[in-house]
Design a binder for this molecule. Structure first.
Ligand code: KIV
Length: 272
């Protein structure tokens, strides 16, 4: 492996992320769900690896993030942590593990931290879950917020369209962002909202704002498989493809199949 592509190879902490915002340094975040990919993207210099509950879609083929369980998230997070030296590893709390009560939320949060060894957790929502967020923070667990298009609420929204275009929803989002910062969150992900709203939240808050489909922010996050072109049918406006791995893999596998069938593989040097 080529080794780290960043000058500062110290482990990224929540404290460093806030310093990065103060210094105007952008934060690069990607999702990962397994050891092999986490090792590569950590070595390539991402600052944060998110073990997203998008594993439900990307790894398991579900339509939504709702079905993934706490045991499955712990399995993915543990695998990622083993591959990472530098990046901060955030694990999503899956649907149903923090919405019932603060006590239930902190119990599940402690379990994820203890069993996965990740560095922090991410929860979707603002005012509705603020007591739970405070209880988890009081247990010494760093929390990243997530506002805007929150995929665990997709059945309530009924659409993956841009959120907070209307004034009332935009004002609630800004209030929620302030509440999460005041509670002690170290960062907030803003998903699929108008760029002007992202810009306002970045300006008003001192903690880093990480955007996905929300225009420029203190940092950006994408689903690793999407930006690497493993999921060709998915091309929303906000997504940039940095590779076409689906094509690369198809070509490689096609060549392997041809070589096996022709008897070209294994050759003289590929046997004992
Ligand atoms: O689960 C996930 O991948 C996420 C990102 C889209 C932010 O929450």
């Amino acid at each position: 492996m080529a080794g780290y592509l960043v000058e500062d190879t110290r482990k990224v902490t929540t404290h460093r992320l806030i310093e990065m915002k103060q210094q105007g340094k952008k934060i690069a975040m990607l999702t990962s769900y397994d050891y092999t990919m986490a090792r590569i993207i950590d070595g390539a210099g991402v600052d944060i690896i998110l073990v997203g509950d998008s594993a439900s879609n990307v790894m398991a083929g579900n339509w939504t993030t709702l079905p993934i369980t706490i045991d499955q998230m712990i399995y993915h997070a543990k695998s990622v942590v083993r591959g990472v030296q530098r990046a901060l590893v955030i694990c999503d709390m899956p649907f149903g593990t923090y919405q019932i009560s603060a006590t239930d939320g902190v119990t599940n949060a402690i379990r994820i931290m203890k069993e996965s060894h990740c560095d922090a957790l991410k929860l979707e929502g603002g005012e509705e879950i603020i007591e739970t967020v405070k209880t988890i923070l009081a247990a010494g667990i760093p929390v990243c917020g997530h506002l805007g298009l929150t995929p665990q609420s997709i059945n309530k929204f009924g659409t993956y369209a841009v959120r907070a275009r209307e004034k009332a929803e935009a004002e609630k989002l800004v209030r929620d962002a302030h509440l999460l910062q005041e509670a002690g969150c170290f960062a907030i992900v803003l998903e699929k909202i108008p760029a002007a709203l992202t810009e306002r939240v970045c300006r008003e808050l001192t903690i880093p704002i990480i955007g996905i489909g929300g225009g420029p922010a203190d940092g950006q996050v994408l689903v690793g498989q999407d930006m690497l072109g493993l999921n060709c049918g998915f091309k929303p406006k906000f997504l940039r493809h940095y590779a076409n791995l689906a094509e690369t893999i198809t070509d490689a596998v096609g060549q392997y199949v041809a070589d096996v069938k022709s008897g070209d593989f294994p050759n003289e040097n590929e046997r004992y």
